[in-house]
Design a protein around this ligand. Sequence first.
Ligand SMILES: [Zn+2]
Length: 86
Amino acid sequence: MNGQGLPQGSQQDQGQQARGRAAQFAKLRASELFCPTCRQAMPVRERLLLLLLDGEIHEFLCMRCNSSLGTRRVSNTQPVQLLTRF
Ligand SMILES: [Zn+2]
């Protein structure tokens, strides 16, 4: 009863690779984004685009051509204590 399905060994390997790549990708996203103008992943700089009541919107700009490559919303995760009950 052992001839069907994937071998357990390869399944484990795939799982580990996927996890490793996900971690790398998350790291990569912070500093590089794909730029359609440069047609490759470019280092980006982040600037404050908008201030919100409950957070900020940051914009990513390509360091080479200054294109806007995306935005990121940063939430202020401060605990809201306005509704304190006595
Ligand atoms: Zn660019």
